[in-house]
Every structure is written in structure tokens, then in C-alpha cells.
Design a protein. Sequence first.
Length: 107
Amino acid sequence: MELEHQNYVMEVVLFELKEGIDKHRFCQAAAALTNLLKYEISGFEARTLLHTSDESQWTDIIYWCDMDSALVAMEKLKSKSEFQIFVSMIDSREITQRHLIQTNLNL
């Protein structure tokens, strides 16, 4: 994955799904949210959704052009149905979220 510039922010969210959530429906909700991010949310760069082999634990990685975009996006997303449907399937007791910035290794 090649990002447009080096100062991107990586948002990493670790989570589990609620008991009984259909994985196919969850992936459809994730795809709808990705489309919303691409076409309506400023600063979005890319997204990858991963899971363990038994699909019990999930990791959502979203790349933003900068930290302000990441933070503003979260506020905008709260009112969007695509985001609400996606997060309604996640066990809120099992969420870890981080915003990470790139370290300069060329010192």
C-alpha cells in the first residue's frame, strides 16, 4: 500500500463481534462503511479489515492523511447510518483503539 505522503496517521482498532453476529452481514456493513469513507469523509486514505483464522478477533486499520482528519472524521461518522450499523455489531467491551503516527527512522 502506497500512501500519498509520509505524515499519515494509522488508526488501529482491535475488537470482537457481538455474540451471534453473522460474519457475512458484518462484512457487508464494513464494505458500506468503506464506501462512505472513500466518498464522503475528507482525509481518508485507505482501509484494511483483518481477522484471526477463527474469526473471533478483528483488526480494522484505517489510514488518514493527518491526525486532524482522523479526529474530525470520528465526529462526522457518529451521525452516519453506515457507521452506526457497523459499530452496532461490535462488542463494546472488547475495543482497543489507537491513532499512530509514523516514526522517522532516518535520523
